[in-house]
Write a protein that binds this ligand. Structure first.
Ligand SMILES: [Zn+2]
Length: 478
C-alpha cells in the first residue's frame, strides 16, 4: 500500500481546501455527547464513508459509568429588560452551557450572574463549558458582554430536553487480509469548535475514504464517538474486538498552525509509538514526542490498565496549551487547509509504514552478496546519486537476520522507512531476501509486490522526549 504517494500526487492545496470545506459543513451543528447534533454529524460522515450508527439506550451500564440521558436543544436566549436578545444561542451555540437543563424564567441580574460563565483573562471570547453529569443550566458569553449587562430583570430561556434516549456513535470497519485491527478514533461531541473536534473528524473521514476498497493487510476500524463516555461505551460493548487492536491512533487538534505532537501509548514502546516518531522525524515539520499521561483524550480509556492497548494520540497544538482552546476563537479561521492536508499526509505515512513493515531473512548471509553484478551497486563511474538507496540495500541485507523488522532497520540506519522498504522489495525481487512471518503477531507478512513511498520530505525537526507541562487543563472533563 502506498497511500502517501497517492495523496502526494494530488494537489495538496485542493485536498486541504476539501478538508476545510468538510469542517465548514460540520461547524454550525450543536453537538454534544448525545442527541441530534452528533446524529446529524454522523449522517454527514456517512455520506462519505460506510458508517454503522449505533444507538445505546440511556441507563445502560458501561463499566463504572452509565449511559446518560439524551440532551437536545432548539433555542436559548437571554433577553435584556428592553426585550432585546443579548445572548442568542442561534448566533453561537457555545452560548449555552452544554447539557443545560431547560429553564424559562425572569430573573434580576444578581440571580442570573451565578449562571453566567466568562473568561476574564480573554474578555472578548466565549468559553465552551459543559455540565454533563450535574443538573445545571447556564450561559457562556464574553466577559465584556457580561460587564455591559445593566441592572434589571432578564428573561432567560433554554429550550432543551434531557430525557431517556440514546448515546449515538459511528463505526466504519474496513476489512483487510488479517483480522488484526488498526483503530482510528476521534471525538465528535464538541459544538462549534474547529480544531478540537472537527479537524480530527475531517482527517479521519478522508483517511477512511482513502482506504476504502483497497487490498489491506490490516483491518481498520474508525470510531466517531462522544469523548470519554463514548470510548467507555464502545470498549464495554467490544471487549473481544478491542483485543484485536494491534495499533491505534486518536486524532485531535490537527488543523492549527502548530507543529506536531505525538503522545505515546501507555506502554511507550509499541510499534505505533515507534512508527509515529519515525514518520514525524522525517516529516520536515517540527515535532515533539510526549510521554503517556492519564489525561487528555480517549487514549486514556484505550490505555486504561485493563485494556492497555497500543494507542497513541496525534495532535498539532496540545489541548489546553493554545489560548483558543475551548473558546469561540477555535473557529474556522483557526484551522488551515495546509495544516489539515499535512496532517492527512502524516497519517497516510504512518498507515503505509504499519502496512509495509515486514520481516525478511537474507538468503546470502555469509559475506555480502555481489551487488554490482546485479546492478544494485555503484557503477564504475563512481557517481554518488542513489547513495542512500545503496546504503538502504546494505542495511537491509545486513540486518535481515530474522531479528530485525524493516522498522528496526529504518530506525537503526536513520534512513526513511519507505526507502528501506523499497530496498527490501527490490532485494526480495532479486532473490536475495525471503519474507518471514512477523514474530509475535498473527499477521502473515504477505508477499505481494510493493511500490516505493518516499514522498515525505526529509528534514531535521526537533524530536525530543517527555513533556510534562500539560496538566493545566484537559479534555474529556466529565
Ligand atoms: Zn475539547
Amino acid at each position: 500500500m502506498n497511500l502517501l504517494r497517492e495523496v502526494s500526487e494530488q494537489d495538496a492545496t485542493k485536498i486541504g481546501q476539501e478538508l476545510l470545506r468538510f469542517a465548514e459543513e460540520l461547524y454550525p451543528i450543536c453537538r454534544s455527547i448525545t442527541g441530534d447534533g452528533i446524529r446529524r454529524t454522523l449522517a454527514k460522515i456517512q455520506d462519505r464513508i460506510p458508517l454503522r450508527i449505533c444507538e445505546i439506550p440511556t441507563g445502560t451500564p458501561v463499566f463504572d459509568w452509565t449511559v446518560p440521558k439524551e440532551w437536545n436543544i432548539r433555542d436559548a436566549y437571554i433577553k435584556a429588560p428592553g426585550g432585546r436578545r443579548v445572548v442568542d444561542f442561534l448566533k453561537c451555540n457555545l452560548h449555552v452551557l452544554n447539557y443545560s437543563t431547560p429553564v424559562h424564567a425572569t430573573l434580576p441580574l444578581s440571580e442570573l450572574k451565578p449562571h453566567l460563565f466568562t473568561i476574564p483573562e480573554q474578555p472578548d471570547l466565549i468559553p465552551y463549558r459543559t455540565s454533563y453529569y450535574n443538573d445545571e443550566w447556564g450561559f457562556c458569553l464574553s466577559h465584556n458582554q457580561m460587564l455591559a449587562l445593566e441592572d434589571g430583570d432578564y428573561e432567560v430561556c433554554i429550550d432543551s430536553t434531557l430525557e431517556d434516549g440514546h448515546l449515538t456513535y459511528g463505526e466504519c470497519y474496513l476489512a483487510g487480509r488479517s483480522s488484526d485491527e488498526v483503530l482510528i478514533s476521534c471525538h465528535a461531541c464538541h459544538p462549534s469548535l474547529a480544531n478540537d473536534n472537527l479537524s480530527g473528524l475531517a482527517v479521519a473521514t478522508f483517511l477512511a475514504q482513502l482506504l476504502s476498497g483497497r487490498d489491506l493487510r490490516y483491518s481498520y476500524r474508525f470510531l466517531f464517538i462522544p469523548g470519554t463516555i463514548g470510548a467507555i461505551t464502545w470498549l464495554a460493548r467490544n471487549r473481544e474486538t478491542a483485543a484485536r487492536i494491534r495499533h491505534g491512533l486518536v486524532l485531535t487538534c490537527i488543523g492549527d498552525k502548530g507543529g506536531f505532537h505525538y503522545k505515546k501509548s501507555r506502554r511507550g514502546n509499541t510499534d505505533i509509538d515507534r512508527v509515529a516518531a519515525h514518520v514525524l522525524r522525517h516529516s520536515g515539520e517540527s515535532a515533539e514526542i510526549l510521554e503517556f499521561s492519564p489525561y487528555g483524550y480517549d487514549e486514556r480509556q484505550y490505555c486504561s490498565p485493563g485494556f492497555n492497548l497500543p494507542v497513541g494520540c496525534l495532535m498539532r497544538s496540545v489541548w489546553g496549551s493554545f489560548p483558543e482552546y475551548h473558546t469561540s476563537a477555535d473557529n474556522l479561521d483557526f484551522i488551515r487547509p495546509s495544516q489539515l492536508a499535512g496532517s492527512l499526509f502524516v497519517c497516510a505515512a504512518i498507515l503505509d509504514t504499519l502496512e509495509n513493515n515486514r520481516w525478511y531473512r537474507s538468503e546470502s548471509p555469509y559475506c555480502e552478496p555481489q551487488l554490482g553484478r546485479r546492478n544494485l551497486y555503484w557503477s564504475a563511474g563512481g557517481e554518488t546519486s542513489g547513495e542512500e538507496e545503496i546504503m538502504a540495500r546494505l542495511w537491509v541485507l545486513n540486518l535481515s537476520d530474522g531479528n530485525h523488522s524493516l522498522l528496526d532497520i529504518a530506525e537503526r540506519s536513520g534512513i526513511l522507512f519507505s526507502t528501506i522498504s523499497e530496498a527490501a522489495d527490490l532485494l526480495w525481487q532479486k532473490g536475495l531476501l525471503s519474507i518471514i512471518p512477523d514474530p509475535g503477531q498473527g499477521t502473515p507478512a504477505g508477499g505481494t509486490s510493493r511500490e516505493g513511498n518516499s514522498q515525505l520530505r526529509k528534514g531535521t525537526p526537533s524530536v525530543s522526549t517527555a513533556r510534562s507541562d500539560l496538566l493545566s487543563s484537559g479534555d474529556g472533563r466529565e
